[in-house]
Design a protein around this ligand. Structure first.
Ligand SMILES: *[C@@H]1O[C@H](CO)[C@@H](O)[C@H](O)[C@H]1NC(C)=O
Length: 418
């Protein structure tokens, strides 16, 4: 086992040891720990400043254009009905790209990003905050991750589904041709990775596609929520689901990939079921992540005794509207969620070696050091994003992208004290 993971595991286990002492309320202690990490990063403010209004432009040698992210800005603050009147739901137009991320598909279905699913980085950065209700630190970090081989830096466009030449421009040949779509086979294990809630692993699908809906798999997720977690798709359900996926992956997928950092992030992404999918209440709390909420957001409809995939839409509250949260989901919240989910069933990161049950632990990822705190995990992720600026591009592009990635991850770095 990699030393840092051993350390991480030891920390988790010792935390559980402490929790086992009689007279100690484990829930209370966990709350205290969570609150302590939040206090550490909490920077109260009354007015939202938009950190992305002055993103650096890129001057890539050989390309006679300064390339800019074209960020529209103007994100509204507070609880709000989404969609607004200028963003009605529409089924994806023919030829549109959709992928394995329900939130991105949903943004396109409401036109918060281009309905074609071919998206400018700036509009995505805006939409994640305006429509999905993410705080700048979370939106910036996730968009920065997209640069991991899936953004055409000459057009600043990406495809939220498969590879699509509509992301390309006049100068794309200078970076080696059309970039892979976020959920294309070529991007597998970079952004998208194994162990999805409702899609088959790339290994099992024709051409390695990563958006093959599996109704049996979904039925199992639902049964798990119903029989173990009172029908709620909360953090406990996420922890169990990730553990189920891990075991299934190792036992059935010869190429099972459970490597940090992509898999660490996946724990956080699955926490969006309860952090992001339900409509928020007027008192600032968020609704319960019931099956109906999660299925609507993920685009799953019952058909007889089985399920079919339908376009993702926003699950309405009792008055018919979906409300964005009053405060944006922060990176710290997502990371706190992933730590709890991971800690419920701590596993070793690594991958299968070409055969089922051939799992090999990952080599030492030196980023993950110290104790398992929001700060440690958050800074590990942000540092990794900054240190591994797009490997598939040539060095020139990497060098010019570095300040942009730094600017996108700066809010997270600041808030987490990295
Ligand atoms: C769909 O999921 C079920 C349950 O995990 C699994 O047994 C089946 O092999 C999956 N189908 C494919 C094509 O991977």
């Amino acid at each position: 086992m990699a030393p840092l993971l051993a350390l991480l595991l030891a920390t988790v286990l010792s935390a559980h040891l402490v929790l086992a002492f009689p007279g100690m309320d484990s829930g209370a202690l966990e709350d205290q720990l969570a609150r302590r990490s939040f206090n550490m990063v909490h920077r109260p403010h009354t007015k939202r400043t938009d950190p992305f209004l002055s993103l650096p432009a890129l001057n890539i040698a050989g390309i006679p254009l300064p390339i800019s992210v074209n960020y529209p800005g103007g994100v509204t603050v507070g609880r709000k009905v989404i969609p607004d009147s200028s963003h009605p739901f529409q089924n994806p137009p023919s030829g549109a790209q959709r992928g394995g991320c329900p939130g991105l598909n949903l943004l396109a279905n409401y036109g918060y990003i281009d309905r074609s699913g071919i998206v400018g980085v700036g509009e995505l950065l805006w939409a994640l905050q305006e429509a999905t209700g993410w705080a700048p630190d979370l939106a910036g970090a996730v968009v920065a991750l997209g640069f991991r081989s899936t953004v055409d830096v000459t057009t600043m466009k990406l495809s939220i589904g498969n590879t699509d030449s509509r992301t390309s421009g006049l100068f794309t040949s200078l970076i080696g041709g059309t970039v892979p779509g976020l959920f294309s086979a070529a991007a597998h294990t970079k952004f998208e990775t194994d162990g999805s809630i409702l899609y088959d692993d790339a290994y099992f699908t024709p051409g390695g596609t990563t958006s093959q809906f599996n109704a049996t798999l979904w039925a199992q997720r639902l049964a798990s929520a119903n029989s173990n977690f009172g029908g709620v798709f909360g953090n406990d359900w996420v922890g169990q689901t990730r553990f189920d996926s891990y075991n299934y992956c190792i036992q059935n997928n010869p190429q099972c990939n459970w490597m940090a950092v992509a898999q660490v992030l996946f724990y956080g992404a699955e926490c969006l079921t309860y952090l992001n999918f339900p409509s928020s209440n007027s008192d600032g709390t968020i609704g319960s992540a019931t099956a109906s909420v999660v299925q609507t957001f993920m685009g799953i409809a019952a058909q007889g005794s089985s399920f079919v995939k339908v376009p993702e839409s926003l699950p309405p509250s009792s008055d018919g509207h979906w409300y964005r949260r009053s405060t944006g989901i922060t990176l710290a919240e997502g990371i706190s969620g992933l730590i709890s989910a991971y800690s419920a069933h701590p596993v070793v990161f690594g991958s299968n070696n070409g055969a089922t049950n051939s799992f090999v632990a990952q080599g030492t990822p030196t980023q993950l050091q110290g104790t398992i705190t929001v700060q440690a995990v958050g800074c590990m992720i942000l540092n990794e994003i900054n240190e591994n600026v797009p490997g598939s591009f040539n060095n020139l592009v990497t060098a010019t992208l570095t300040p942009l990635i730094a600017a996108l991850t700066a809010p997270g770095m600041l808030n987490l004290g990295c």
